[in-house]
Design a protein around this ligand. Sequence first.
Ligand code: PMP
Length: 282
Amino acid sequence: RTVYLNGEYLPEEEAKVSVFDRGFLFADGVYEVTTVLDGKLIDFDGHAMRLSRSLNELEMKNPISKEDLLEVHRELVARNGIEDGLIYLQVTRGAADRDFAYPKDAEPTIVLFTQAKPGLSTSPQAEVGIKVIGIEDQRWGRRDIKTVQLLYPSMGKMMAKAAGCDDAWLVEDGFVTEGTSNNAYIVKDGVLITRHLGHEILHGITRAAVLRFAREAQMKVEERPFTLKEAQGADEAFITSASTFVMPVVEIDGAAIGTGKPGAVAARLREIYLEESRKAAV
Ligand code: PMP
């Protein structure tokens, strides 16, 4: 595979980052994951905008213009022959003598690589749905910044696996914040409910698109917190993320949701999302 590192396209074995990089030492970095379908980028603008926002919040320089970033994405898709897959992008504050304070002169490190995922949009998982467990949300308080500190989400996935499930929903002060790597939704009496934006959750690019499509389809949307108990009593539940699109949730802590099968609203939103996103892909 060819990867992109600080202005160069390199074979992956030749791409090297300093041991003093603050991404490595402090998790002082941010990332984005953009989906590729039929060789085109889904919601590139949204990801580029969120990257800028994350960098701003951390007072980090943006090492690349939006135009050049698009060019790098396209070049990697072409060089690695990606039809369906993901592009991972990471920007860290760069290498500097180890010190908690931000260094003044460090140059950011920017890395992009691709992951081929043949058949990504036709995942059989969407036909059966996923099972989740509820766990306490023990992440830091600025989850709206997409940092590379992903250890707790990793632990959450491991806890889910150990319980025979696919993922975990994180719970803070009794309310669901989001999934380990996705936003969480329920549907009750035709109303789509998902937590409001704030520092407590990542502002999902897929979330924004799905809520827009839901409103355009005249669905009632409520952005508010909900509990695991309310979710267990809902008609449907699902998650969204760039790589899973809209994925039905059929079980929460052992309780079947609705009929225990993927719901009609989730299926419809998945269909609209895939169709509209493909149309708008660049
Ligand atoms: N929440 C968290 C914690 C995430 O890690 C992700 C995906 N990286 C999402 C939500 C979904 O965001 P997006 O739709 O932009 O992929």
